[in-house]
Design a protein around this ligand. Structure first.
Ligand SMILES: Cc1cc2nc3c(=O)[nH]c(=O)nc-3n(C[C@H](O)[C@H](O)[C@H](O)COP(=O)(O)OP(=O)(O)OC[C@H]3O[C@@H](n4cnc5c(N)ncnc54)[C@H](O)[C@@H]3O)c2cc1C
Length: 254
């Protein structure tokens, strides 16, 4: 019986593994790959303490750090189920050939990452990385002095706009909710402090009751079309960046 199974071997999973090892826990890391999103990140120049590295190098360092503690890393396995019993959990995983492996463990850390939810509208996939981003913290600085639109109505969208208001010259925030008290002024799940800050910013225009229907551009984003949900009228905004913050999809739901 293990003390712990950690699902995922990227930023979160490897950090958990280092801490578990330092506490002498009897545990295993089970992961489809090592490095996760970091390994896909190209050049990395905002990792504190390291002026320049690459995503692949950083992922290799995660691996080396875990290995320095002799962590058992079962790489290439996809966790397909976690079954709770009265006193422990059974974690089931499969390799690429469908071969199953099970783990009995007292506890599980799910560090399997998230995927940003897509709008699923024309132009979004085609222009991803060419003006469409799901990570304002990562890509926001590329839009200095430009016009951007953030789509969403939660705290991530509000935080995206707070950040972009200091970088872009003009920022639109598109929420599908109306500016009514029962919809908390357009942001039903937003924190009051963020909502108030965003609404007070001089270079931010909030567009309420609007569904984003199209991201426009050929080589790069040049505009965004939204539809007024009451009248159906469509309007095109000239923007160079679109920040999509409409919630996460968790990779493991059970
Ligand atoms: C191009 C790019 C640039 C980025 N730039 C920045 C930036 O500048 N600043 C910033 O803060 N963030 C940035 N990010 C985001 C950052 O990389 C992620 O937030 C972070 O790496 C997430 O780490 P994680 O460990 O939570 O999950 P992930 O990196 O998603 O890793 C998930 C892990 O879980 C494993 N896994 C998933 N499902 C299963 C399963 N069923 N069974 C077994 N294993 C599973 C995967 O194999 C992987 O090991 C960027 C991302 C990308 C792609």
């Amino acid at each position: 019986m293990l003390d712990l199974v950690i699902i995922g071997a990227a930023a979160a999973g490897s950090a958990a593994a280092v801490y578990a090892a330092r506490r002498n826990l009897n545990f295993a890391v089970v992961a489809k790959d090592i490095g996760g999103e970091v390994a896909l990140s190209g050049e990395v120049e905002n990792w504190p303490g390291t002026i320049h590295t690459t995503g692949v190098e950083l992922a290799q360092n995660f691996h080396a750090h875990m290995k320095s503690y002799q962590v058992q890393i079962d790489n290439g396995l996809e966790v397909t189920g976690i079954t709770p019993t009265k006193n422990y959990h059974i974690v089931t995983a499969q390799d690429g050939n469908g071969q199953e492996k099970t783990y009995e463990t007292k506890s599980v850390i799910i560090a399997s990452g998230i995927h940003p939810r897509e709008l699923k509208i024309p132009g979004e996939r085609e222009l991803k990385g060419r003006g469409v981003t799901y990570c304002t913290v990562c890509d926001g600085p590329l839009y200095r002095g430009k016009t951007t639109a953030t789509v969403g109505a939660g705290n991530s969208a509000l935080e995206s706009v707070l950040m972009m208001s200091g970088i872009a010259s003009q920022v639109y925030l598109i929420t599908k909710y109306p500016d009514l008290p029962e919809a908390k002024g357009g942001f039903p799940k937003g924190e009051d402090i963020l909502i108030n800050k965003v609404k007070a910013l001089p270079n931010v225009t909030v567009i309420y009751n609007a569904g984003t229907v199209h991201i426009v551009g050929t080589d790069a984003v040049s505009g965004l079309i939204y539809e007024d949900l009451a009248s159906g009228a469509r309007t095109e905004l000239a923007v160079q960046g679109v920040m999509v913050h409409v919630g996460p999809i968790y990779l493991i739901n059970k």
